[in-house]
Write a protein that binds this ligand. Structure first.
Ligand SMILES: Cc1cc2nc3c(=O)[nH]c(=O)nc-3n(C[C@H](O)[C@H](O)[C@H](O)COP(=O)(O)OP(=O)(O)OC[C@H]3O[C@@H](n4cnc5c(N)ncnc54)[C@H](O)[C@@H]3O)c2cc1C
Length: 507
């Protein structure tokens, strides 16, 4: 009998496999797809264009350095020079912008040039307060869950209330005057989460939290070589510790200690579900009780022959080097949520753009990099699953059209003229809706975190310890849907491995 069978070869399944095999257990990992990686896959998306895109996830913040060190991963992330760029039209119709550098002195002068001195101070204060507690919060992620009171003691009541009890929208209205600045901050509470700024369930705060504390500094960095570089490294380390990896092997059901496939079954002492909680419940013949809010993002991948020039006159190498916000003021975000909740596509659609290759050109073939090619990723908010049901392709076409028009309103060179063409002469652009994400990589309702994010502590009455335990003694959840698991973090995988090793008295 095997020690551990792992279902799912996304990065969390691989992290769990590495820790468990390194501790001497026999481990087999089964991945339904032909390739490993799940939402962390890198692919050559456009035939004839040698660019290896991070097809789904693209930036890393939450992966603890400790996991990289523990597993001996040869994996590096690179800091972006620019924090964010927000183009907008002034009241007189002039093209303006707010370009926020990662350097405080430059950032201050950017706010000041728009007369936003109070917002500059509030910005510093808010991010300063969070930065002062981020290491303490992130420091708990690889240990058993603290209780709510333990977390409150650890970070102090003020920070606890700011992060965990007052809806983010309230904080933003109280502290900032400018609608665009409020919007820039709010987006961190909305990426991958369909909610509004005053949500009493605090989904917005949960999402905001995980966007700001990763590795104790909350910096979102570019993975050198693309997201697939992480997967390749995890695979290398897993194999070196003797993990048996089988791709194209969809698990069909789980009963007791048995993992069943179409043609055979495997017996294992422990089962690690590195798939979604929804999929785990299906495999066990039931339904998951964990809340899953529908995914609400559209992702667009593009390859450009050259970066477009901007109407505001900012160098595109600056504008696209950080997070490029399009129509994401606080008011626009709130209106978009109301429209989407009521069944309409928002107009405008709030979105943000990232350019991987300005920070790390290594995902491009050298001749493309030398010729000035770049990759762009667009992530649109408030485009929920229900809007695409029954007419996925038609709505995607409309979303693409609207978003390109919105981008073009800030550009001198229309984006269509900058897009590269694939081997058939088609523009190098692809669009993924929440329905595509469900169909292609099994994200329930297209939710990029598998299930609703949870705060990184437990209530006193909860018996859960690592956040990966299930009602079945031998089954552990390791994917993004485990407590503290959302995003590219490996935390779900590490936590599940620790829960098993603790059971065996190996830690
Ligand atoms: C468009 C998009 C953009 C994102 N951007 C970012 C980002 O920039 N930064 C960030 O931190 N996070 C981002 N995320 C979220 C992040 O990518 C995911 O939360 C995380 O990668 C999930 O990893 P995982 O290993 O838990 O699960 P997954 O990557 O979902 O892997 C689960 C694996 O299990 C397999 N599987 C499922 N069922 C079975 C079965 N029955 N048998 C065998 N195998 C099975 C699946 O095929 C899949 O490979 C993004 C996600 C998406 C979709």
């Amino acid at each position: 009998m095997l020690d551990v069978a792992i279902i799912g070869g996304g990065h969390n399944g691989l992290v769990a496999a590495c820790y468990l095999a390194k501790a001497g257990l026999t481990v087999r990992l089964f991945e339904a797809g032909e390739e490993l990686g799940g939402a962390t896959a890198s692919e050559r998306v456009f035939e004839g264009i040698d660019a290896k895109l991070s097809r789904y996830s693209y930036l890393v913040s939450l992966l603890p350095d400790e996991i990289v060190r523990d597993l001996g991963l040869n994996f590096e992330t690179i800091t972006r020079r620019i924090s964010s760029f927000t183009p907008f039209k002034s009241e007189t119709g002039r093209d303006e912008r707010l370009l926020i550098s990662n350097d405080w002195n430059d950032a201050d002068s950017a706010f000041a040039s728009l007369g936003l001195d109070r917002d500059a101070r509030s910005w510093r204060t808010l991010y300063g307060e969070i930065a002062s507690v981020a290491p303490a919060i992130a420091g708990t992620f690889l240990s058993p869950l603290p209780t709510r009171d333990e977390m409150r003691k650890k970070i102090g009541s003020e920070a606890f209330d700011l992060l965990f009890t007052v809806p983010l929208g309230r904080t933003l209205l109280d502290r900032f005057d400018d609608d665009r600045v409020r919007g820039i901050v709010l987006t961190d509470g909305l990426i991958g989460t369909f909610t509004d700024a005053f949500d009493p369930e605090l989904l917005v705060n949960r999402c905001f939290l995980y966007h700001l504390v990763g590795n104790g500094d909350g910096q979102w960095k570019v993975p050198r070589g693309g997201m697939g570089a992480l997967v390749s490294e995890l695979k290398r380390v897993a194999l070196s510790h003797g993990v048996v990896i089988e791709t194209g092997r969809a698990v069909e059901s789980i009963k007791g200690r048995h993992v069943h496939f179409k043609d055979e079954s495997v017996e294992a002492r422990f089962i690690v579900a590195a798939c979604s909680p929804t999929e785990l419940a299906r495999l066990q013949g039931g339904e998951s009780t964990l809340p899953v809010t529908q995914g609400s993002q559209v992702k667009i991948n593009m390859v450009l022959k050259q970066l477009p020039r901007l109407r505001s006159g900012v160098d595109p190498k600056d504008a696209f080097a950080g997070t490029f916000h399009i129509d994401e003021s606080f008011d626009q975000l709130q209106r978009a949520f109301v429209a989407a909740s009521g069944g309409s596509l928002p107009n405008p659609i709030p979105a943000e753009i990232y350019c991987h290759t300005l920070t790390d050109p290594s995902i491009l073939a050298p001749e493309l990099a030398a010729a000035g090619y770049h990759t762009l990723t667009l992530f649109a908010l408030h485009t929920p699953y229900h809007l695409f049901v029954g007419e996925n392709e038609k709505v995607k076409d409309e979303v693409r059209k609207r978003l390109l028009e919105q981008i073009n309103s800030y550009l001198l060179d229309p984006i269509e003229e900058c897009l590269a063409r694939d081997v058939r002469g088609d523009l190098a652009i692809e669009i993924k809706s929440p329905i595509d994400l469900e169909e292609e990589i099994g994200l329930p309702l297209g939710n990029i975190f598998h299930a609703d994010l949870t705060f990184p502590w437990r209530e006193d009455h909860e018996t859960i310890r690592w956040g990966s335990e299930t009602e079945f003694e031998n089954v552990f959840l390791a994917g993004a849907g485990s407590r503290r698991g959302g995003g590219v973090s490996g935390i779900g995988g590490q936590n599940a491995a620790m829960a098993i090793l603790e059971r065996l008295n190996r830690i």
